[in-house]
Design a protein around this ligand. Sequence first.
Ligand code: ADP
Length: 318
Amino acid sequence: MKIAVLTSGGDAPGMNAAVRAVVRKGIFNNCEVFGVREGFRGILTEDFIPMQLGSVADVIQRGGTILRTARCEEFKTPAGMDKAIANLRRREIDAVIVIGGDGSIRGAQALNDRGILAVAVPGTIDNDIAATEVTIGFDTAVNTACNAIDKIRDTAASHQRLFIIELMGRNSGAIALAAGLAAGAESIIVPELPYDLDEVSRRLEGSRRRGKLHSIILVAEGVASAYEIAAELKKRTNQDNRVIVLGHLQRGGSPTAFDRILASRMASEAVDLVLAGKGGRLVVVQNGRYTHVDISSALAQKAVFDSEAFELAKILSI
Ligand code: ADP
């Protein structure tokens, strides 16, 4: 069997561990494995590289993706899709394993609908795929954000300052919530819930009265710019503040052991699926177990925000 593997959309720490596991588990099962560079674009430009056991040596601990990634609009067009199918057929590729976020998972579904056995592995720091409890890269991103917040808290406490920190998450406050809970942020502003800056200001005033002179407020990028929030809070509290935008820091770095294990297990499951001829499936973790679901039903599921964790973060940060 010939298997192609690609990483697509936003990169996430742990993608390399997933690619490594596809290559090694595939070869273990007597498959030929090809890496496709730059996501779906590589199928169109025929950027296929034959992978050997050694092609993925020394990558389990590396962030980013050795196959590189891209966003490719052409792949979504009927002509682009025809070209992709023709290129895969000419090379006699039997199956494609796609590692990426929701857009990439849709791309896998599109290939499968056109008769190329395709399976998806959720790789995104946002943890915004409802069908799985966790996605590859989320744990590393949360740890990176938490470490950064801890460092900022040292200087915030020393100078008795208010810091507003912007974290990644366009439509998802998952990183902000998890990092906020882990680092004890005083307020967390996420796109899933309405926010009230008057209430945030009242909380700040309340802590100031109790003698707490430094605070950390987290803002998920999808809500507003941290600079806008800072200006609004300044108007309300008359307290000086500082803004930090963590940005792409949260994407990089060596994956945590958790993400390496998750990536290895999910990718192994993906190889089992293609060997069994089961396409159109998304590998997931449900109730702590590795399993798989139909891509179309997975993508129809709306992400559920963990309001219990959000309420707890509020109570604990008082
Ligand atoms: P992510 O996978 O991180 O969510 P994107 O949403 O940008 O990132 O998707 C990555 C790529 O997946 C797109 O550039 C495109 O090539 C492909 N893709 C996205 N949606 C579809 C779709 N509906 N059909 C086919 N391919 C898609």
